[in-house]
Design a protein around this ligand. Structure first.
Ligand SMILES: [Cu+2]
Length: 118
């Protein structure tokens, strides 16, 4: 059985767009704050784990809502905060370190989002 090149190409493009096709843009407030909202519910991140492109040097406001209690940890920046079950927590920091950084629910080791700072 022969592979159909067109179908393979389409599949690859879909994969690239879905997974590696660049980072999403956060919401930007009137004050220039990069706002990222993540909701963790039922054992997974609603809408999946998204990588966000954040301009180097910009203020970031990361809001995490969760249906479980855990610690939110921004790797690289090493910022941590706790969230209680059914509540949300907000971390504010300046994206002054370039690179790609994972944000996770620390105790579960669950990735929440990724920040691509450049
Ligand atoms: Cu961590």
């Amino acid at each position: 059985m022969r592979a159909r090149p067109a179908a393979v190409l389409v599949a690859c493009l879909v994969l690239i767009a879905g997974c590696a096709g660049g980072a999403a843009a956060p919401q930007v407030t009137a004050e220039g704050v990069q706002r990222i909202e993540v909701t963790y519910a039922g054992g997974a991140v609603t809408d999946g784990v998204v990588r966000y492109a954040v301009p180097l040097g910009s203020p970031v406001e990361l809001m995490v809502a969760s249906d479980v209690a855990d610690e939110v940890h921004v790797h690289g920046y090493d910022r941590r905060t706790f969230v209680t079950a059914g509540a949300s927590t907000t971390l504010r920091f300046t994206a002054d370190l370039p690179g790609v950084f994972e944000v996770e629910l620390e105790q579960r080791g669950m990735p929440l989002t990724e920040l691509e700072v450049s």
